[in-house]
Design a protein around this ligand. Structure first.
Ligand code: DC
Length: 212
């Protein structure tokens, strides 16, 4: 079974994906890490982040099986990732790994922006997670404070709005809900409630399939 979770930056889809995978005993892939790793490789090579050739080369050389999540989770790398992610050749270089991962037995949970639309359009369950930009900024501020990082709440909100804009308006695989995705608005849900709601969606889908 494939569970595809898409949604904007800081919507909680990563935590949701991890928890759903643990619940069902499935493998979990945070596909944003792939784009973050490409961005980090460009910066580590001393190239400007808008160097397309460097980004394409980095994507082709990436070893997706060995990603250092801790080194990739900063806001700066997230911002850089949204600059390399629109490049079609970068996305193309990362497709096979994601599709192979999606076919993992007994199942896979993948979260990102285009999982239900491009990577796994035949996923049995698609969930599109949303929350208002203000709520997502509030969560991100708490997370940064928890890590002891300096935080400017207004700048965090501005960044989220800018990344939404970039992810939604790009030509290639933009952030959008698949027509058969279940919408899950977590603005007023804590993570436990969001996980329960997601499990309800998976179970309802399974029950529906069983009857069909
Ligand atoms: O989910 P995240 O914040 O780790 O993603 C970082 C960037 O990577 C995001 O701005 C857009 C890009 N991304 C993408 O284009 N497609 C995906 N499936 C996942 C992430």
């Amino acid at each position: 079974m494939i569970i595809a979770i898409d949604g904007p930056a800081a919507s909680g889809k990563g935590t949701l994906g991890k928890r759903l995978a643990a619940y069902y005993g499935f493998r979990h892939l945070d596909s944003g890490l792939l784009y973050r790793a490409v961005a980090k490789a460009v910066l580590d090579a001393g190239k400007p982040i808008d160097d397309r050739a460097a980004a394409i080369a980095a994507a082709k050389l990436l070893d997706p099986a060995h990603l250092d999540e801790n080194a990739l989770k900063s806001d700066d790398i997230g911002k850089a990732a949204s600059v390399v992610a629109p490049i079609p050749e970068v996305r193309a270089a990362l497709v096979t790994f994601q599709r192979t991962f999606a076919a993992s037995k007994p199942g896979a949970v993948i979260d990102g922006r285009d999982i239900g639309t491009v990577i796994a359009p035949n996923a049995e369950v698609k969930i599109f997670v949303t929350a208002t930009p203000q709520e997502r900024a509030r969560r991100r501020v708490l997370e940064l404070k928890g890590r002891g990082d300096p935080v400017d709440p207004a700048a965090v909100l501005a960044d989220i709005v800018k990344r939404d804009e970039r992810d939604t308006n790009r030509a290639e695989a933009p952030l959008k809900a698949a027509s058969d995705a279940h919408l899950l608005d977590t603005t007023h849900l804590d993570i436990d409630a969001a996980v329960r709601a997601a499990i309800d969606i998976v179970e309802a889908t399974r029950a529906g399939r069983g009857r069909g």
